[in-house]
Design a binder for this molecule. Structure first.
Ligand code: ACM
Length: 521
């Protein structure tokens, strides 16, 4: 029987444990070709706090990093790992594979290796093992909504580290919404000065009449965002920015009402939850505004995909606006509702001209050019329709990936987004449809933590874990068994605990942990 610590999440494609172990100690050295130096540096960074091991480089070190483009079966992200009593050999075709292999090395060590402070008296043993590991899906995403409740950059980086441990590789940062704008744009300083602050927040679900009376605000600096991109890249993670439009724009319109539909109207940053009627206008200056905003976003975020939202856009304002009505007529559109696809098509064209891939939520998928990558979030059928239309698709189906939904139907569950229960098993079972015989491709899956009801890390931890472990297991391996996952998770939570993650129940019958009284940040 392998030691319990060999319970790896996500499950590797092929893994065979062998008798014996390798021990990392103060004399262990790393044999590192030049191109693997960043991966070796990350290993040192990750292991230093708990182990204090220096792991210096030497030409004949027993811990060997190998980068060989001829290992082409491993793809961009795969790796091979052999642990024997004499040596550790980590190999990949591409540096990103080494980064994922390092996370496996971390999980093979005792869980104390993940602790943030020195752990005296622990022997840093890894079981002997042969692993070949290649991800099933290229997009293994996690959305963090920093618009509804701003999260300090230290927390965003902490989630990057937790994603990396689980070999998740896309952080979608939901930077703007009706309730807050979090990214500074030099040409439009009021976006964060005005749009970054709301007077108070609704208490309870959309439609509630209760408000907390507490202002909420926050915005990142450009430098923080630029450094986040580099921090994530060093861990094999791409940050995909989301600037949600043409709906979900109330905070921007509170700052610059002239880009809305009714000149002279003053708006506040929205204090409600739910779908807001206020949307961007379709007059030419509004497009100029959007282009300027996106051009700065492209400067900060080098990701191929750039998300422009597109979800939940009521068209009542356009129907009531003479400018929007005449625009729809001039463009030959059937009605003002068709402005939605037309708007996104135009903005998407701007991104394509700049070499990026426009990405959007697919409410219906209708009316969008095939060059959009879509996150299908509502109906499982939408994923199939979008694939048939030729889109690249990431499955973000709400009944399996919305981690802001309650994880059980028990009355003591904290306030969640109304919408049903997304339990651990539903997340683990979520498999996107087959994309053979359709023109589009399934890029992968993504979990979302919307933060209307999750003000800070304490609550976000509770929502994200262990359900994100389940999503990572499925997204990386493709077909892990549920009982196998449950068994591995029982061991894996010692790693989460060492990292200070305040995870939720593993089983629908477990008690719900008490959360400390957290301040909205
Ligand atoms: C969404 O949940 N509105 C994408």
């Amino acid at each position: 029987m392998p030691a319990p610590r060999s319970a790896l999440i996500p499950l590797p494609t092929r893994v065979a444990f062998r008798p014996g172990h390798f021990t990392l100690d103060a004399t262990t050295t790393l044999r590192v070709p030049h191109a693997a130096a960043p991966a070796a540096a990350l290993l040192r960074t990750l292991l230093a706090p708990a182990t204090g091991l220096p792991l210096p480089a030497s030409p004949d070190g027993p811990f060997v990093f190998t980068l060989d483009p001829r290992l082409s079966g491993l793809g961009e992200e795969g790796y091979g790992l052999t642990v024997s009593p004499e040596a550790i050999v980590l190999r990949a075709a591409h540096p990103t594979g080494l980064l994922h292999g390092i996370q496996t090395v971390r999980q093979l060590l005792p869980p104390e290796a993940l602790a943030p402070e020195p752990q005296p008296g622990v022997t840093w043993q890894l079981p002997c093992v042969e692993i070949t590991d290649v991800p099933r899906h290229a997009w293994r995403g996690f959305l963090l909504d920093v618009a509804r409740h701003f999260q300090p950059m230290s927390q965003v980086r902490r989630y990057v580290d937790l994603m990396a441990l689980h070999k998740l590789n896309v952080l979608q940062l939901h930077l703007t919404d009706d309730q807050g704008w979090r990214m500074p744009i030099a040409a439009y300083p009021r976006l964060t000065e005005v749009g970054g602050r709301r007077a108070e927040s609704m208490v309870g679900p959309a439609g509630s009449r209760v408000f907390d009376g507490v202002p909420h605000e926050g915005a990142y600096t450009r430098r923080e965002l630029t450094e986040l991109v580099a921090y994530a890249a060093a861990r094999g993670i791409t940050v995909v920015p989301e600037i949600d439009m043409p709906g979900h724009m109330r905070a921007a319109l509170a700052a610059y009402p002239e880009f809305g539909n009714f000149p002279g109207r003053r708006l506040d940053v929205w204090t409600h939850w739910g779908v807001c009627e206020t949307v961007l206008g379709v007059q030419e200056p509004a497009f100029g505004f959007v282009r300027t905003v996106l051009d700065e976003v492209l400067d900060v975020f080098p990701s191929p995909h750039v998300h422009i939202g597109g979800d939940e856009c009521p068209t009542t304002e356009w129907a009531a606006s003479p400018v929007a009505r005449s625009r729809a007529a001039a463009e030959g559109l059937a009605d003002t509702a068709a402005l939605h696809g037309w708007f996104l098509g135009r903005v998407g064209g701007h991104l394509i001209e700049r070499g990026r891939i426009p990405t959007a939520w697919a409410e219906t998928g209708e009316g969008l050019p095939a060059r959009f990558t879509l996150l299908t979030w509502r109906d499982p059928e939408h994923t199939r329709i979008a694939l048939k239309r030729g889109h690249d698709v990431i499955s973000a189906q709400h009944q399996a990936t919305y981690l802001d939904y309650a994880q059980s139907a028990r009355p003591e569950e904290p306030q969640g987004q109304p919408g049903g229960v997304v339990d651990l098993r539903a997340v683990h079972a979520h498999t996107p449809p087959d994309d053979t015989d359709v023109p589009g491709r399934v890029l992968g899956v993504q979990a979302q933590v919307w933060t209307e009801f999750a003000p800070g890390a304490d609550h976000i931890d509770y929502l994200a874990f262990p359900r994100l472990c389940a999503l990572a297991d499925r997204a990386w391996h493709g077909s892990p068994s549920w009982p196998g996952f449950r068994g591995r998770l029982a061991t894996h939570v010692a790693r989460l605990a060492a990292l200070g993650v305040r995870y939720g129940p593993l089983d629908p019958h477990d008690p719900i942990p008490q959360r400390s009284g957290e301040e909205p940040s």
